[in-house]
Design a protein around this ligand. Structure first.
Ligand SMILES: [Zn+2]
Length: 138
């Protein structure tokens, strides 16, 4: 899918830290930070493992599958870039790998949304440089 945003998107605060995530998203792949010391997989990206504080980290491929943990329908977006696609679904997705990710649910009528609904990653190339990871019903 491709969504055209009417204003510049907010950009990552630490692009070097999150570059592998965005690079993978452009390839249509979901990756997660992984600790090589204790094997913990976590999200959001951090410079230290939240489990053991190791800085020996890399990235691993994720299945892209998960379930809706929680959601709300946004009618008043907090950033003007997202005004054109309102109302949209702001959701927390529990990935099969165990981590939770904030994203959007797309291609789903709002009255069919449900907690614990199976979803799969959907990659939305919103600009030539930026692909957002969203989710749709599995
Ligand atoms: Zn660790």
């Amino acid at each position: 899918m491709t969504t055209e945003y009417s204003k510049p998107l907010p950009v990552p605060i630490n692009p070097q830290l999150t570059a592998p995530f965005w690079d993978a998203a452009r390839r249509g792949e979901l990756v997660l930070p992984h600790c090589r010391t204790c094997s913990n997989v976590f999200f959001y990206p951090r410079e230290l493992c939240p489990e053991c504080l190791s800085s020996d980290l890399d990235w691993v491929s994720a299945s892209g599958r998960g379930r809706v943990y929680s959601y709300t329908i946004v009618h008043q977006p907090a950033h003007p870039a997202f005004r054109a696609e309102s109302p949209y679904v702001y959701a927390i997705v529990q990935l099969d790998e165990g981590v939770r990710m904030v994203s959007n649910i797309v291609d789903c009528p709002h009255d069919e949304l449900a907690i614990n609904m199976p979803v799969v990653a959907d990659f939305d190339a919103v600009t030539p440089d930026t692909t957002l990871v969203k989710f749709r019903p599995a």
